[in-house]
Design a protein around this ligand. Sequence first.
Ligand code: F6R
Length: 364
Amino acid sequence: EKGGYEHFMLKEIHEQPAAVRDTVSPRIINGMPDLSQDGVDMQKLKDYRQIFIVACGTAMHAGMVGKYVIEKLARKPVIVDIASEFRYRDPIITKDDLMIVISQSGETADTMAVLRLAKEVGAATLAVVNVVGSSIAREADMVIYTHAGPEISVASTKAYMVQISVMYLLAFELAYANGTIDKERCMELTAQLGQMPDIIRETLELKDTCSFVASKLVNAESLLYIGRGLDYALSMEGSLKLKEISYIHSESYAAGELKHGTISLITEGMPVIAVATQKKLIEKTVSNIREVKARGAMVILICDNSIEVGEGVADYIIRLPQTDEQLMPMAAAAPLQLIAYYTSVLKGNDVDKPRNLAKSVTVE
Ligand code: F6R
């Protein structure tokens, strides 16, 4: 049942190219993103005052990627929040707003509660869900199903990848409908998204490098993930994955925030994983890397293969295949998952069933 893989998690990491293909390709029509078959009317969507994306854990991290790309391309304001926070803070949401909830299982209690809250005030609701017929899918006005297939490993991998694929489809179509990108740019981005299964497959070939990096983390007591913009969103997911299955403490930090307190944690040999795929931000991130390096950090840099990195900036570099900058989270996700996976394996943990966790969180 594990298809020759040692764990479900590893199998599911390798299923990502197919999961993305199954999720994305039926929704590309004549080179353009098309969510109309999912019952999504973009002309209507573009007129909502405010977009909310609310979810838990990994699904919330997919929402963070959604926020960056929707704001960047479609120029619509997006608020991302954790379901258990959003529901209790008397949120300002009205019938003029759109609530997007993201859930693999479609059964997460807090996410469900947020969906109901949004419906009560008359907001439009759109659920991005993997499990067909699940509670969240049944109650939302619109559903975009991700086609990851069953995810057995408690640590989510392929579900995250397809959730972000849907965020891209939404962002591209919305941006075109909103007139903030032209047809040519929309087709270009969509074509790149269509290529992502191949790019992800290439990144899976980095597994030996990832396993080597894991060997450098396995004895760490604590580490940091840093990045800016989309790379920060991705760092959050990388850090969660590592904590969840390796039981090593880690934190993701917006690189520019380090010097406001956290940099005092850096001691000789502490691993810092820096994600730097966004060209406009690379110089800034590199200067943050130099700051941690000067204080003794062991730096693992994840960047695309076009970026020139000066001598001595990083101890180890993971080079990603190139794609449109906006899509780089899809190229960096699998290496981060693999680093967490191999670290967990090296520690001898129960990778697929980490302690204290359940696959579906139906309690509040
Ligand atoms: C982490 C993980 C969790 C889930 C979260 C939401 O690897 O799997 O953080 O993402 O519990 O679950 P769903 O997506 O089912 O609502």
